[in-house]
Design a protein around this ligand. Structure first.
Ligand code: AMP
Length: 218
């Protein structure tokens, strides 16, 4: 199962990808998570990426394209993978096609999470993330058992700088400028399937499970 999850920040792509990744035992590849790791580790790429990420802007194509090309070539992607947050530009979509053709690992389906602005702002402004293991919470929808602490590892939860309201609104603008052309790109290829990003976690999971059965994906 090789999937691309497309949609605005806060659409629930990452949450569904985590659930599906366990269920189907395939890696969840989030470019945002990989970039945040490089920022935390203060690598040269991380230091460069941080400047863009803090402003809610896209990191340059060459950086993310190379990162993903290396990741999908790894042996654990042989059985499949889920790309979350990539591609985000037409150049990334084309580079991904070229890489996957070379690896003989073509995309089976592109899931587009169509989401209202109200849902995006509500989800992102309440999102909290574990500093240690990057588990996601939400102050109302998915509260931790102990306020401010991760259920899994007990570390501190924080609000991402780019989840503050003014940056969220800017990220939505960036998204609106870039992603619709990718949606068209995959629609023209017949690979696009649309899911309502306003669904809650269980509704979205049910919808996707039925879709995979209908389309014969395993
Ligand atoms: P995300 O966690 O997917 O919301 O990504 C957080 C930030 O990482 C984005 O606002 C971008 O700055 C950067 N980023 C993640 N994925 C990409 C990508 N495919 N292309 C460029 N920048 C990206």
């Amino acid at each position: 199962m090789r999937l691309v999850l497309l949609g605005p920040p806060g659409a629930g792509k990452g949450t569904q990808a985590k659930v599906l990744s366990k269920e189907y035992n395939i890696p969840h590849i989030s470019t945002g998570d990989i970039l945040r790791e490089t920022v935390k580790a203060k690598t040269p790429i991380g230091l460069k990426a941080k400047v863009f990420m803090d402003k809610g802007e896209l990191v340059p194509d060459d950086v993310v394209i190379e990162m993903v090309a290396q990741r999908v070539a790894k042996p654990d992607c042989e059985k499949g993978f889920m790309l979350d947050g990539f591609p985000r530009t037409a150049a990334q979509a084309e580079a991904l096609d070229a890489t996957l053709t070379r690896l003989n690992r073509p995309i089976d389906m592109v899931l587009f999470f169509k989401t209202s602005v109200g849902t995006i702002v509500q989800r992102l402004s309440g999102r909290r993330v574990c500093r240690n293991c990057a588990e996601n919470y939400h102050v109302k929808n998915i509260p931790p058992k102990v306020d401010g602490k991760c259920d899994k590892c007990g570390s501190e939860l924080y609000q991402r700088d780019d989840d503050k309201e003014e940056t969220v609104l800017y990220r939505i603008k960036v998204y609106d400028k870039t992603v619709p052309e990718i949606v068209n790109y995959y629609e023209n290829k017949g690979a696009l399937r649309t899911i309502c990003g306003d669904f809650d976690v269980d509704e979205a999971h049910d919808y996707l499970s039925k879709l995979f059965v209908k389309e014969g994906l395993k």
